[in-house]
Design a protein around this ligand. Structure first.
Ligand code: PLP
Length: 400
């Protein structure tokens, strides 16, 4: 039996960000110092080398998602992709209408962009989700009106891992000649996506969620059937087919390309490995009792589980094991805030249960030893917090 030495804290927060893969880092390094050219410089070797590297990355990304490399626009990440897609479509298709349909459990980058557009006169429908976290395609279809220009549905949720029926939604969108944009930051590279067949018109992805560097991402923009028009949100030199100006982040783009290539090669074996580890973790943690998995257990990414431990506050749990485990509460960006997760509340959880939930997101570097350890540690923490609460409640009710 081989034993590896555990390093603490064990990282189980791979939906927030991932460790940059060393192969990705190795590919990037020369583009900081040796091949530092500007990919838009057309007059010398430095520029040509940078451009060649960027075009290779474009092909690696396109290959991962079944796109044409001409359909890939580089961005600074999924937040920018969300902004560019939603604002860009609204601006370009203003003569057709000003109605957007989205979902209450989308990422803040989508919801806040929609709120911004509402202030400027757009009409936005926020569809509720069912208790399993998915939307009803029938309700979505019923919400479409003649002035609907865009449907925005994320591929997989960052807090629960729940996967939306994006292709079914895409077929509905096609039937009504409405564009579909999906934020695939949590799905791309982890589940097969083939845009040659999938009826998705725009798709956002981010490098740092797939073992690439932070601050770089890509937006897929369909060129045929239909050809999507996007008004640029960043004006300047007319880079990226005029949709996104600014000198390209060549090292970052090279890293994103390499990250996509590795995901494409490893996806099948890696998704099976992660599913087995996640299931082991989930089974282990549910044995603590009075706990439940949030969101559909079937329509879900294989590396994520979001679990509520009734009567154990998530903050207290994380404090109890902060030296050994890096996890987060259901509310990803708002773990410091007292607001419970809007995603979990949309699934029907009350405030107290939403406050008692932890998200575990496994990744490429997660080992079985780490999962075995995490199970013991979380169970210990849940029992300790519940035990302390029981004592407090007894004192409150009896005074002793
Ligand atoms: C992480 C994430 C984002 C933000 O991506 P950045 O590249 O960090 O801007 C947007 N949407 C989803 C679903 C995410 O998980």
């Amino acid at each position: 039996m081989t034993r590896t030495i555990l390093k603490f804290p064990i990282y189980l927060d791979n939906n927030a960000t991932t460790c940059c893969d060393e192969r990705v880092l190795d590919a990037m390094v020369p583009f900081f110092s040796v091949h530092y050219g500007n990919a838009a410089s057309r007059t010398h070797l430095f520029g040509w080398q940078a451009e060649e590297a960027v075009e290779l990355a474009r092909e690696q990304i396109a290959a991962l998602i079944g796109a044409d490399s001409k359909e890939i626009i580089f961005t600074s990440g999924a937040t920018e992709g969300d902004n560019l897609a939603i604002k860009g479509v609204c601006e370009s298709y203003a003569s057709k209408g000003n109605h957007i349909i989205t979902v209450s459990t989308e990422h803040k980058a989508v919801l806040d962009t929609c709120k911004h557009l509402e202030k400027k006169g757009a009409r936005v429908t926020y569809l509720p989700v069912q208790t399993d976290g998915t939307i009803s395609p029938e309700k979505l279809e019923a919400a479409i009106t003649p002035d609907t220009v865009l449907i925005v549905v994320m591929y997989a949720n960052n807090e629960t891992g729940v996967v939306q029926p994006v292709n079914q939604i895409g077929r509905i969108a096609r039937r009504h000649q409405v564009l579909l944009f999906t934020d695939a930051a949590q799905a791309c590279g982890k589940t097969p996506i083939n845009l040659a067949n999938d009826p998705i018109d725009i798709l956002a992805l981010s490098a740092h969620k797939i073992y690439g560097p932070k601050g770089v991402g890509a937006l897929y923009v369909r060129r045929r059937d239909p050809r999507v028009r996007l008004a640029s949100q960043m004006d300047g030199g007319g880079h990226e087919r005029g949709m996104r100006s600014g000198t390209l982040n060549v090292p970052g783009i090279v890293g994103l390309g390499k990250a996509c290539e590795i995901c494409r090669q490893d996806m099948q074996t890696e998704s099976k490995r992660l599913a087995a580890l996640r299931d082991k973790l989930e089974t282990g943690l549910l044995s603590v009792g009075d706990s439940m998995v949030n969101g559909s257990r079937e329509k879900r990414m294989q590396h994520v589980t979001n679990i509520s431990f009734a009567g154990a506050d998530a903050g207290a749990l994380m404090t109890a094991c902060h030296q050994t485990l890096a996890v987060s509460s259901g509310s990803a960006c708002t773990s410091a805030s007292i607001e419970p997760s809007y995603v979990l509340k949309a699934l029907g959880l009350d405030d107290s249960l939403a406050h008692s939930s932890l998200r575990f997101a496994l990744g490429r570097f997660t080992t079985e030893e780490e999962i075995d350890f995490a199970i013991i540690e979380i169970k210990r923490a849940v029992e300790a917090v519940r035990g302390a609460n029981a004592i407090i409640n007894r004192i409150k009710s009896t005074g002793v």
